[in-house]
Design a protein around this ligand. Structure first.
Ligand code: ATP
Ligand code: MG
Length: 556
């Protein structure tokens, strides 16, 4: 079945058919001012997939034209994230600041064509002259300066003869244009600032709307895919590449941003959570920065799948976090081993099992995937089971342990609860049972049926581990009620229970798990070994997602 193409593919098809371009070249242009998040993943995957699908190339370009914010920490993390997502820029890694000389030449070219002029107006005056949606703008008093004078003044700007804000270079377009972006936008400003790449070489810096199309054009980008907020800037984009005179100017196409319901995505907001200590760094597994998703245990495949099912369109929409969860479950279900870990333990003592005996049961790692083989699971007289797998007085349809009831210990034996002990607070601490030695492997010895199967960990060989369970950082109930994740002061509605650390017991074979190993813990969900907090022989597990799902994949 041929998959239907999205609107960007249709554009590209038409461009190739019409001979507008003979190849496809895309780019991802992050500003290195923070960590990337799930929204950026959409852009990375879209851009790199388009290049791949059409046999073209994909560039990673740092948009570092703004001298204030860049940090090399961010450059490194962005490279790591893009690579991890599988978007390969090969040898095409670029920095916009490397083009400052060429951009400057383009600006002089515009001046020489009479298409740019140096303005004496202040920032406030420029704003005032610009007019509004209802009123046209007013011409800048410097608009008719001679080409020679403009050229000299622009060179003086570059030479450092003016203070910050004293002069700007403006494009000469149309102060009455209905699109305000076309009303003689500023293209260069004076800023005596040190740039992380070019140092003190420059005291004038290009504005984004001028720099971005030029960067695309210098690199031979054909399709410049960006988000919808740039739609109104497209005429300006086209104006710059046309007036500078590129032979094969790039085409800008806008698509809708990816938003997740009740999830914090904006760099600015994530930064605040990090700085106020609400979360433990940019890669706290409760965040949706790419670093956090990776640490939590999401795979690149699951994120690609999520982007795919969310779709590429111009219509603004909000995706559900449950869709992302669905994608990781689908990815891990057949591919990772299923292990036993007891997260909230109570003891189970098998009174008729020999005291000094230990045996090893052979248990399949994943019933859906024989390739994952099997492992030895130790078994002896004392085990741990989940607290909620025993009830003193069970409600109807409770098929796990209660006095007199027989259940299967997964992969092991049938056991029947006989009695139990409680502590002073009335909490069950120990359950006693007897086992049927004939039921080894969890098979019925005589056709006898049990309705419940519970998991366990052998007490003698159990490995104590920290297991971290997560909930949404946002208080969803409140956010849904208020229809916003922010209160009237711009503060997030936070969920106080977003992190729960449990002292759990894991079966022996989990002791040596390595950073980023992934597992299903039976009945608990999918987990990943934390790469930061795990120690040799003492792994810490992050729950990626529970097993329960209410998400239904939307039909094509
Ligand atoms: P934010 O403020 O949300 O962190 P940004 O737009 O400031 O993001 P940039 O580094 O400027 O971040 O963006 C790099 C690219 O990623 C741009 O092309 C931008 O359009 C795209 N992008 C940013 N957010 C999203 C999103 N939520 N969905 C899809 N693409 C996005
Ligand atoms: Mg930005």
């Amino acid at each position: 079945m041929a998959e239907s193409k999205h609107f960007i593919e249709n554009f590209i098809d038409k461009d190739l058919e019409d001979g507008v371009y003979d190849h496809v070249q895309t780019r991802f242009p992050p500003e290195p001012n923070g960590y990337l998040h799930i929204g950026h993943a959409k852009s990375i995957i879209l851009n790199s997939t388009m290049a791949k699908e059409y046999g073209g190339k994909f560039n990673l370009r740092f948009d570092d034209t703004n001298p204030t914010k860049e940090k090399s920490e961010f450059v490194e993390s962005i490279k790591e994230d893009v690579k991890w997502l599988g978007a390969d820029w090969e040898d095409r890694l670029f920095f916009a600041s490397d083009y400052f000389d060429k951009m400057y030449e383009c600006a002089e070219k515009l001046i020489l064509k009479g298409k740019a002029y140096v303005s004496d107006l202040s920032a406030d005056e420029i704003k005032e002259y610009r007019g509004s949606f209802e009123t046209p703008g007013k011409n800048d008093p410097s608009r008719d300066r001679s080409i020679e004078e403009n050229l000299q003044m622009f060179r003086d700007m570059k030479a450092g003869k003016y203070a910050d804000g004293e002069k700007v270079l403006r494009a000469k377009i149309d102060m009455a244009a209905p699109n305000i972006n076309m009303r003689d936008p500023v293209i260069y400003r004076v800023a005596h600032m040190t740039h992380h790449n070019t140092g003190d070489k420059w005291c004038i810096y290009p504005m984004y709307d001028f720099a971005h199309p030029l960067e695309d054009a210098f690199e031979g980008i054909t399709h410049s895919l960006c988000t919808l907020e740039f739609e109104d800037h497209r005429p300006l984009y086209d104006w710059f590449v046309r007036e500078v005179g590129f032979e094969m100017p790039p085409r800008q196409i806008e698509f809708a941003k990816l938003y997740l319901k009740n999830v914090v995505t904006g760099k600015r907001y994530i930064k605040k959570l990090v700085e106020t200590g609400v979360v433990d760094g940019w890669d706290d597994p409760r965040l949706v920065s790419i670093a956090a998703l990776r640490r939590r245990g999401f795979t690149p495949e699951s994120i690609r799948k999520f982007v795919e099912i969310s779709g590429i369109s111009k219509a603004q929409s909000t995706a559900d976090y449950a869709a992302l969860e669905y994608c990781i479950r689908e990815d891990l279900k057949p591919s990772v081993p299923r292990m036993m870990v007891v997260i909230d333990p109570i003891k189970l003592v098998i009174d008729n099992y020999p005291e000094d005996k230990t045996e090893e049961l052979d248990v399949a790692n994943n019933a859906e995937n024989e390739e994952l083989g099997s492992r030895k699971v130790p078994f002896s007289r004392e085990l741990y089971i989940e607290r909620d797998d025993f009830m003193e007085e069970p409600p109807k349809k409770y098929f796990r342990l209660f006095p007199g009831n027989e259940v299967r210990l997964m992969g092991a034996y049938f056991v029947t609860a006989t009695s139990f002990e409680k502590d002073a607070d009335g909490n069950v601490t120990v359950v006693h049972c007897t086992y049927d030695p004939e039921s080894r492997g969890g098979n019925s010895p005589d056709g006898r049926k049990v309705k419940g199967t519970i998991h366990f960990v052998d007490a003698k060989t159990a490995v104590p581990v920290d297991v971290r369970l997560y909930e949404n950082l946002i208080d969803e109930e409140k956010a849904n009620e208020m229809d916003s994740i922010y209160d009237e002061n711009g503060e997030l509605y936070l969920n106080p229970n977003s992190l729960q650390v449990c002292k759990a017991f894991a079966e022996k074979s989990l002791k040596d798990s390595k950073a980023f190993d992934r597992f299903q813990f039976v009945r608990q969900g999918f987990f990943c070994t934390d790469f930061k907090d795990s120690k040799e022989g003492a792994p810490v597990f992050n729950r990626i997602v529970s097993l329960k799902s209410s998400f239904v994949l939307p039909k094509e």
